[in-house]
Design a protein around this ligand. Structure first.
Ligand code: HEM
Length: 278
């Protein structure tokens, strides 16, 4: 297969998404979470973190408890990497998020290749840069503002919780947010506004919010999006207007995957620490 044939890589990723023995029959959601966690370590001020370098290959980052469970996503993608050894892990992980979203009926997202894998762990960002689901709006803002996002983008990105589920043995939380967790939609926003959510301790004693039947769930950070008036305005807009949500999600997710990727003249990513050193 010719180096640089990203369409062929996309096709290979699509083939590993249906997965009868895993979760809701799909590897899609956990691939989206991998792309997000690989990118969401970015710190705008220092230029450190972000998707370039694929630093989650190193134990220090992989073992951040926020990344529990992402070993499944990395393992699902390994055969694709073996098939296309010329693609960097950093490109593969971010492209897999894009392909998974499109595969699950989500919007098309701009994606550019060129990320380079680090060869040692000197640029692994510190643990603790990803959001903590037990917290509220101040925490959410401080984490996402650090990456360079605004309130609208925060709410748009949070709409990814239309996909997948929480696992008691990974995060301590349990259950899916929506009834069809392998189809992208704006149901998450509708449910946030319309359902009665009650706080309860789940089977492993962790506090979360559940619907009346204890089938669907929300994290404390999800509930903060309807408690905070500025966030809530956007939740209402996205619940009402699916096209607006899709457009805003595509823009914000595309921006997320580019965080810290400084490109040279041919589009090849330079190491992100270049910014801090300039
Ligand atoms: C899953 C927290 C934002 C995409 C999860 C889980 C937690 C969590 C606790 C469950 C993990 C598990 O037990 O397997 C948060 C918090 C956020 C946030 C606190 C921000 C305040 C985002 C964003 C995206 C995203 C911005 C993508 C754009 C996902 C996906 C899953 C997930 C797709 C499902 C994974 C699966 O099914 O395995 N998130 N998240 N999340 N998150 Fe988030």
């Amino acid at each position: 297969m010719a180096a640089g044939d990203y369409m062929a890589v996309r096709d290979a990723i699509k083939k590993i998404i249906p997965h009868s023995s895993y979760d809701d029959g799909s590897a899609g959601p956990v691939l989206v979470r991998l792309a997000w966690h690989a990118s969401g370590t970015y710190d705008k001020k220092s230029g450190t973190g972000g998707s370039n370098g694929s630093t989650m290959r190193y134990k220090l980052e992989a073992s951040d408890e926020a990344n529990n469970g992402l070993e499944y996503a990395r393992k699902f993608l390994e055969p694709v990497k073996q098939q296309f050894p010329w693609i960097s892990y950093a490109d593969l992980w971010t492209l897999a998020g894009v392909v998974a979203i499109e595969y699950m009926d989500g919007p098309k997202i701009d994606w550019k290749p060129g990320r380079v894998d680090d060869v040692d762990e000197q640029y692994v960002p510190p643990n603790g840069r990803l959001p903590d689901a037990t917290q509220g709006e101040d925490h959410i803002r401080s984490i996402f503002y650090r990456m360079g996002f605004n309130d609208q983008e925060i709410v748009a990105l949070s709409g990814a919780h239309n996909l997948g589920r929480c696992h008691a043995d990974r995060s301590g939380f349990e259950g899916p947010w929506v009834p069809m967790p392998t189809r992208f939609s704006n149901t998450y926003f509708k449910l946030l506004l319309r359902s009665q959510w009650h706080k309860r301790k789940n089977s492993v004693g962790v506090e979360q919010y559940n619907d009346e039947d204890n089938e669907l769930m929300m994290l404390p950070t999800d509930m903060a999006l309807v408690k905070d008036p500025k966030f809530r305005d956007w939740v209402e807009k996205y619940a009402d207007d699916k096209d607006l949500f899709y457009a805003d999600f595509a823009a914000a997710f595309g921006k997320l995957l580019e965080l810290g990727v400084i490109r040279g003249p041919e589009g090849k990513a330079l190491r992100q620490y270049a910014r801090a050193k300039l």
